[in-house]
Design a protein around this ligand. Structure first.
Ligand code: GAR
Length: 203
């Protein structure tokens, strides 16, 4: 059984999509070992508890680089305690430290609501909408030391319609996120891939 650790900061719809995909066999031989949030009030923690999963809040204590490092050390310790093999950032709205990346080399995935490298950072869907793109989408990628930067596992696109608002576009992207993340996790867990430079290639 592959043990997944989900990190989230908000409502957790991507976490729920991953949970459904495990339940219906799109991701097989996997279980969610723990759901962790930096926000004790995150809706995703509540959903996890109601599904009978282990859900833990680890808020950052204090400010500054030392507090950030201490927080990531606590995250690494919890993920290690729960025997997590693959860490899935699912709306985890924090930049993780290099120590975190080193603790799980090539074993942290993130989903981002844009076609990277376009529109990294916060509010990617609004950025894309305001920029006037005609095609938008989402990206699942490995996490490295740089923000929204690691090797891309897969991307899904959506059209942008003239009558869209940033909100209707975000909702269309989110539907694709819910398909993309389980698909990417399943591919990565299969181990049937190689990376050559920045290129992820199935084999
Ligand atoms: C998702 O749209 C995810 O792509 C985005 O936060 C949302 C979380 O929604 N993540 C980022 O912007 C990371 N840079 P959810 O809590 O319903 O899964």
């Amino acid at each position: 059984m592959h043990r997944l650790g989900i990190l989230l900061s908000g409502r957790g719809s991507n976490f729920l999509a991953i949970h459904r995909a495990i339940a219906d066999g799109r991701i097989h031989d996997a279980e969610i070992a723990v759901v962790i949030s930096n926000k004790p009030e995150a809706g995703g923690l509540e959903s996890a508890r109601s599904l009978g999963l282990t859900a833990v809040a680890i808020p950052q204590q204090g400010k500054g680089p030392a507090a950030r490092e201490a927080h990531d050390a606590a995250m690494i310790a919890a993920l290690t305690d729960y025997g997590v093999e693959l860490v899935c950032l699912a709306g985890y709205m924090r930049i993780i430290t290099p120590a975190f990346v080193e603790a799980f080399p090539n074993r942290i995935l993130n989903i981002h609501p844009s076609l990277l490298p376009a529109f990294p950072g916060l509010d990617a869907q609004h950025q894309a909408f305001d920029y006037g793109v005609k095609v938008a989408g989402c990206t699942v990628h490995f996490v490295d030391e740089a923000v929204d930067h690691g090797v891309i596992v897969l991307q899904k696109t959506v059209p942008v319609f003239d009558e869209d608002t940033a909100e209707t576009l975000a909702a269309r992207i989110l539907e694709q996120e819910h398909l993309a993340y389980p698909e990417a996790i399943s591919r990565v867990l299969s181990g049937r891939y190689q990376t050559i430079g920045r290129r992820y290639l199935p084999r």
